[in-house]
Ligand binder design. Structure first.
Ligand code: PMP
Length: 465
């Protein structure tokens, strides 16, 4: 698509920027600030690279928004969409009907989910999948004769989407300040962020302490009122927070003890990111339900899903009657066809094994090597192809910058100018490259990270932060 008119004195970049500034409200964006600067216009992608309208070749260290797991320009996915668009571009799954792509995708997802998570409900975005989880969990308890079990427990700094449901369940304070009131019957406990909030404990001790917060809250609220605990195996949008070993085992033990469902939000961790099909497998979690999106289609089409284990599925199916929930595009045939091609390609190319045994460990090791002793780097955490790096004022004393986010933003801007996409979450820099990244590309990525960190250090010192 090119703009209909390019006004005199404007090229593609400035024409698109002008239209964008006039009409486009961007998600999670300060529109006034963006309009002063002008949005970067992305035009093409191939593998781990993007090109903008000015001809810059950009290394995408974020796989889009944690989603383009197979990289850009994959023929298998493009052809699947084209073929399905020609055959049947749309039909719904409401009217006693189904389509082959929806049915086969449910089977494909069930073939890679752990345990008995074999029943699949489709939606379009991670947020919708999370909202589906929330309604399904509460409905389940009503079907089980415990309608008072409505409370959902999540964590501070969790991200579960941007709908009213997702925002309420998430633990993002800036989001909670806008557009409320939010849903009742949602509780937040502390996050397992050892490096930043470890209370001087060892990682293992802190993991148990952070998990104990769940038991304390359950007892305060009354276990008979608590429906579920929901968490990301590794918090992504919160800055890539790896829970200490043992944390999830303890969370799971507590959930079982009080008969509380456990739901894993796998929107980022799912589909190979951590070196298993799902983060739950990497972290040793056996959830009752899982939400997934992003990597399900490598982001080529919007599609998400909730995988439901036997316990909840059999209740819904055998006792539930009609479940009054769903979306026009639940199981959209084109999105489903792309997701099938995505999962099959991942299987054929052994992408999960590649992340687990080869490129994941290589990436983690190279990143730590190249940033070793860097004065800005307090801590690096991550596994597979996801990593979070804490920027600090003083690494020896573990002191953070007085104004959170300033250093992160400087770093993000240096990355931007140096054609590297790396995201800042406060003062944590996060990486989540496409899973097909090669060793050479990892080397290039790490080298660019180093360059940008050096530039950031210089700017931070100049600005006296
Ligand atoms: N859950 C998690 C864990 C996420 O990371 C995200 C998106 N980053 C969502 C839910 C929401 O997904 P979406 O933006 O597709 O609605």
């Amino acid at each position: 698509i090119t703009p209909a008119t390019t006004e005199p004195g404007h090229n593609l970049t400035t024409s698109v920027q002008q239209i964008d500034a006039r009409h486009h409200l961007h998600p999670f964006t300060d529109t006034a600030a963006l309009n002063r600067r002008g949005a970067r216009v992305m035009v093409r992608g191939e593998g781990v690279y993007l090109w903008d309208s000015e001809g810059n070749k950009i290394l995408d260290g974020m796989a889009g928004l944690w989603c383009v797991n197979l990289g850009y320009g994959r023929r298998e996915l493009i052809d699947a969409a084209k073929t399905q668009l020609e055959e049947l571009p749309y039909y719904n799954n409401f009217f006693q009907t189904t389509t082959a792509p929806a049915a086969v995708l449910a089977q494909e997802i069930a073939s890679v989910t752990p345990g008995d998570l074999n029943h699949i409900f489709f939606a379009n975005s991670g947020s919708e999948a999370v909202d589906t989880l929330m309604r399904m969990i509460r409905h389940y308890w009503t079907l089980e004769g415990q309608p008072q079990k409505t409370l959902l427990i999540s964590r501070d700094n969790a991200y579960h989407g941007s709908t009213i449901g997702g925002t309420s369940l998430g633990g993002m304070t800036p989001m909670h300040r806008q557009g409320g009131p939010f849903l009742p019957d949602i509780e937040h406990i502390r996050q397992p962020y050892w490096y930043g909030e470890g209370d001087g404990l060892s990682e293992a001790e802190f993991g148990l302490k952070a998990a104990a917060a769940l038991e304390e809250r359950i007892l305060q609220l009354g276990p008979e009122r608590v429906a579920a605990f929901v968490g990301e195996p590794i918090q992504g949008a919160g800055g890539v927070i790896m829970p200490p070993a043992g944390y999830w085992q303890e969370i799971q033990r507590i959930c079982r003890k009080y008969d509380i469902l456990l739901a894993a939000d796998e929107v980022i961790c799912g589909f190979g990111r951590t070196g298993s099909w799902f983060g739950s497998q990497t972290l040793g979690i056996e959830p009752d339900l899982m939400s997934m999106a992003k990597g399900l289609s490598s982001g080529y089409m919007p599609i998400s899903a909730v995988a439901v284990g036997d316990r909840v599925a059999s209740s819904l199916i055998e006792k539930g009657g009609e479940f009054y929930h769903g979306f026009t595009y639940s199981g959209h045939p084109v999105a489903a066809a792309v997701a099938i091609a995505n999962i099959r390609t991942m299987k054929q190319e052994k992408i999960v094994e590649y992340v687990a045994d080869d490129i994941g460990p290589y990436f983690q090791q190279r990143l730590r090597q190249i940033l070793a002793e860097h004065p800005l780097v307090g801590h690096i955490e991550g596994i597979g192809l996801i990593a979070g790096i804490a920027l600090v004022k003083d690494r020896a004393r573990r002191t953070f910058f007085a104004e959170t986010g300033a250093a992160g933003q400087i770093c993000r801007d240096h990355c931007f100018e140096n054609n590297l996409i790396m995201r800042a979450v406060g003062d944590r820099m996060v990486l989540s490259p496409p899973l097909i990244i090669s060793r050479d590309e990892v080397d290039e990525l790490c080298q660019k990270v180093r360059t940008c960190f050096d530039l950031t250090l210089k700017s931070v010192r100049e600005q006296g932060l």
